[in-house]
Design a protein around this ligand. Structure first.
Ligand SMILES: [Zn+2]
Length: 380
């Protein structure tokens, strides 16, 4: 008992001394600065007086500053997803009365999925079964086409083209809904004015990218007066206004256009003029389709407001990604994969790489039915 008591007494004395020492220390250095003696204990060389005792020593113990690599985002764009009569029935199973279009993209699926963001133009509507499924000239396709696009790895589906209103405003609105239900973002057609005003922005590896899309027209089908927002038409004033807004909300802007002359293998003056205007006003990359054949792309040097010259690109026509068209060159298309890199020092995003991957639509008969598969390369 006695031994235990003296042990407790000893402990109290030790604690009291410790508290006193701490108290003196805090009293002398209330601002948190460490006493020089303390530093000498940690850094014996300080005793010579060569070290500034006020410098932040925590910095010294860190390894050399690491230079972080610039983040990049890869975006893949393809041309028109057309849905002619032969294609509609290629995916039909009579036994189960169901549709499945996964065979269309199964060969190129990995390339699409590998991109951070993948986009395609849907040149048909998803107006529902009651509206009857038809190919050219007024397209309406089964919803299962949207499933196939989602499964292939696409993220953004451009819906502003000359076939947007093939089943009227009702069809255009239903198309947006069907895409949304599958987690796909529709671009270029909208359910309301508020939705149109909201710029589509996707983030990849810390890079914020804004997407805009416009079409030259809707095949003469008038846009309802009370639904002017439903499809984005090419209108310079509107585009410049959207570009300004998009730049204020994102690091880079990508524009998808539906324009040009059908079956022309070189871009027209009007196409180039519009593309140059868009690139000069903030977009980094323009993807485009509608001619149903490939048109060569073009790099452009643009002078920034600070005098810096930067490179931008227009892919004037990526051709058909999938279709049943058999006119010359309409069976070929491009997957255009481009890279946006964020220069961390300048806090600015640059287009650093553009790669064009050739594709073609293989058509063959199996079980008495025509089949369609997108394959790599030029048409053999
Ligand atoms: Zn078109």
């Amino acid at each position: 008992m006695k031994g235990q008591k003296s042990q407790t007494y000893g402990l109290i004395v030790v604690m009291a001394v410790f508290i006193m020492v701490c108290g003196i220390f805090i009293y002398n250095y209330p601002d948190g600065k460490v006493a020089p003696e303390f530093i000498r204990w940690r850094h014996p060389e300080a005793a010579s007086g060569t070290i500034d005792t006020n410098e932040d020593l925590s910095q010294e113990e860190l390894p050399e500053e690491e230079v972080l690599p610039n983040p990049t985002a890869t975006i893949l764009a393809v041309g028109d997803i057309m849905m002619h009569d032969g294609q509609i029935w290629a995916g039909y199973d009579e036994k189960t009365d169901t549709f499945d279009y996964s065979e269309f993209f199964h060969v190129v699926k990995d390339e699409i999925t590998a991109a951070d963001i993948a986009m395609a133009d849907l040149e048909t509507t998803l107006g529902g079964k009651e509206q009857k499924y038809t190919g050219y000239p007024m397209f309406n396709s089964p919803d299962e086409l949207a499933d196939a696009l989602k499964n292939a790895g696409f993220d953004i589906i451009v819906t502003s083209n000359n076939h947007s209103l093939d089943r009227g405003a009702k069809g255009a609105l239903r198309t947006i809904q069907v895409l949304k239900e599958r987690g796909l973002a529709s671009l270029g057609t909208y359910e309301s004015e508020e939705e149109r005003e909201q710029i589509l922005i996707k983030e990849a590896n810390g890079i914020k990218i804004a997407f805009l899309s416009y079409t030259y027209g809707t095949n003469g089908i008038p846009i309802p007066k009370d639904k002017q927002y439903i499809v984005n038409l090419i209108d310079e004033e509107l585009i410049l206004c959207d570009l300004k807004k998009a730049q204020s909300q994102a690091d880079a802007v990508v524009v998808y256009l539906h324009f040009g002359e059908e079956y022309q293998r070189t871009p027209s003056k009007a196409q180039r003029k519009l593309a140059h205007l868009i690139l000069k006003n903030g977009a980094s990359f323009i993807a485009a389709s509608h001619p149903h054949v490939i048109q060569p792309g073009e790099w452009m040097e643009v002078e920034e407001p600070n005098g810096e010259i930067i490179k931008k690109y227009t892919s004037y026509s990526m051709g058909n990604f999938i279709s049943a068209q058999r006119f010359p060159y309409t069976e070929e298309g491009l997957m255009v994969k481009f890279t946006l890199e964020k220069d961390l020092k300048k806090n600015k995003v640059y287009l650093t790489d553009v790669r064009e991957i050739d594709t073609w639509v293989d058509k063959f008969v199996r079980d008495g039915k025509m089949r369609y598969v997108v394959r790599y390369g030029k048409k053999p």
